[in-house]
Ligand binder design. Structure first.
Ligand code: NAD
Ligand code: ZN
Length: 243
């Protein structure tokens, strides 16, 4: 344990009655999955703004560019393994795991799917862009080529939530309810700028949860959190969550 502050956080975590974890791209950074913000540079795609690529407008105006970007991201994920932070959260069996991440590294680490809430969908699935409900799991090593929905003929797209799209309603309602009842919110690896997801932190805090923010960089969430630890998740989480 690095210091007395972290020892006191570990104690709060072990004593929490209704813990919720809220994670972002930083949770998977140490698995080699790039974040959108926070200093990671990827020459191939750094000329593009994620808002242009992860959007309905982007997909409808330049589908081949957007699908090529997803093919690149899926290829990275195909080689990625859960890191020590994912494994620590999989062990944290009392906690609901609300995540903005579209990868399935928490599930791969052993977290049961019924306690992982994916606010922004899944990159390991495709779905119908026309909204007919058709969806299937993809092989991450296969090319992400343009194709039509076998059910209705509309274009097929990654089953993620793009900027400007609504969050999946049931999942969002579950996250809101859990955060308004939580006594501890553990925030991990998120810049806190993507709405409405980021409002969960403010909601939990106002409802009385003790908010712990883990991020190697300062973010706007530091001002809401009761305590912030500026260390990488895979380094600090195994120390905070006991077996
Ligand atoms: P973000 O990219 O905006 O911010 C990532 C944050 O992680 C930064 O604040 C950074 O300082 C922090 N970080 C970097 N390394 C870390 C580490 N080792 N430990 C802890 N924190 C670390 O991510 P976001 O806030 O999640 O929001 C961006 C959107 O991007 C989300 O909607 C999400 O769906 C999507 N996204 C998902 C993935 C994924 O599924 N793995 C990857 C990239 C982006
Ligand atoms: Zn369809």
């Amino acid at each position: 344990m690095a210091d007395a502050l972290e020892a006191s956080i570990a104690q709060r975590i072990s004593e929490a009655q209704r813990p919720v974890v809220f994670s972002g791209a930083g949770l998977s950074a140490e698995s080699g999955v790039p974040t959108f913000r926070g200093g990671s540079e990827h020459a191939l795609w750094s000329q593009y703004d994620p808002h242009q690529l992860a959007s309905v407008e982007g997909f409808e105006h330049q589908p081949d560019v957007v699908l090529a970007w997803y093919e690149w991201r899926r290829g990275i994920l195909a080689d990625a393994q859960p890191n020590a932070a994912h494994h620590a959260l999989a062990r944290f069996k009392d906690a609901l795991l609300v995540t903005q991440n579209v990868d399935d590294l928490l599930e791969q680490a052993g977290a049961s799917a019924d306690r992982v809430l994916h606010l922004h969908g899944s990159i390991v699935h495709d779905r119908c862009h026309g909204g007919c409900g058709w969806s299937e799991r993809v092989d991450l090593n296969e090319p992400t080529a343009s194709r039509d929905c076998p059910s209705c003929g509309e274009p097929v797209r990654p089953a993620v939530v793009w900027f400007g799209e609504p969050l999946p309603e049931v999942v969002w309602e579950q996250a809101l309810a859990a955060c308004s009842e939580a006594d501890l919110l553990l925030v991990i690896g998120t810049s806190g700028v993507v709405q409405p997801a980021a409002m969960l932190v403010e909601l939990a805090s106002q409802a009385g949860a003790f908010v712990v923010n883990l991020n190697p960089e300062p973010t706007q969430l530091d001002s809401i959190a009761d305590v912030s630890v500026h260390r990488p998740a895979a380094e600090v989480l195994p120390e905070l969550i006991s077996d």
